[in-house]
Design a binder for this molecule. Sequence first.
Ligand SMILES: Cc1ncc(C[n+]2csc(CCOP(=O)(O)OP(=O)(O)O)c2C)c(N)n1
Ligand SMILES: [Mg+2]
Length: 326
Amino acid sequence: MTVPKEQLLDFYRKMVLVRRFEETVEEYSKKGYVPGFIHLGVGQEAAQVGAMASFQEGDYVLPDHRSHGVCLMVGTPVTEVLAEIFGKTTGCNKGRGGSMHIADFARGNVGNNAIQGSTLVTACGLAVASQIRRTGAVTFIFFGDGTVGRGEFHESLNLAGVWKLPIVYVLVNNGYAISTRATDAHPLEDLAEMGCAYNIPGVTVDGNDVEAVCAAVGEAAERARRGEGATIVELKTYRWQGHFSGDPASYRPEEEVRAWKERCPLKATRKKLIDRKWATAEEIAAIDAAVEKEIQEAVQFAVDSPTPTEKDAVAHVYVGREVAGK
Ligand SMILES: Cc1ncc(C[n+]2csc(CCOP(=O)(O)OP(=O)(O)O)c2C)c(N)n1
Ligand SMILES: [Mg+2]
């Protein structure tokens, strides 16, 4: 699939934004600004940006633990997502959620979750709600190859298959679940085929090709909007870093990492832009510079924002209720 020039330029800008966001989170984590673990999606930008191109107002999305990029694509300001990861009061969840609990209900991000597989079940609930209300909304759920081994994956597919739920299962296969290779953990090479047991079609595409991702997820979303049910879209990609920031990832051969870095989704998109004469090197550099400015402004905002007070820690626990004595 070839997307129009303006869309490819937009994809490129968004992928640079996600890449620089992740690199910045890592940099500030090392400086001590980020409480808790972080799981970075460097290398997976095309999967996140390309898949979210089909997300529309009124839809729902359930990102996962490696989905800062997905949270940005929902439209939550970069400042608010970064401040959330820093645990600041200006974060989109007032600094209470952090990296693994980023939600923005108003924009359809129902929230990621540190418990692998739990959101697969939540997806069914959201999809049933939109089916009953006839809103035409699609639920996009992001999860990894490792999460396919959870029981919830099968429970979710079973219900989605029987009730033809409007869900797009975005299966981001980055080859590993922590240190376990996907090929050692699953009997199939293409995990999208697992849908056949539940009468759910599956498609496997190059997750580093933003146009291929956009096309496959787009078709799945249209199918769901037509009331024809769920689809699994498996995006084959790779995470450049370890499972969490700080994991040396010594379980992966250096040659494998090098080969995947050669297949960088940003580099591939830059090449397409140049080859099609849709952008010059200078225009690409201008996009990079504009993104850098946005990132640095977000850093300033997040660094300068206040941390929650002790009183804040118990506020917002119950909706509309004050905790006595606090
Ligand atoms: C129920 C549950 N079991 C185990 C874990 C620990 N854990 C966190 S991420 C992860 C691996 C997830 O692998 P995958 O689904 O492939 O996603 P990736 O990290 O590769 O993006 C595991 C086992 C967890 N968070 N929740
Ligand atoms: Mg994985």
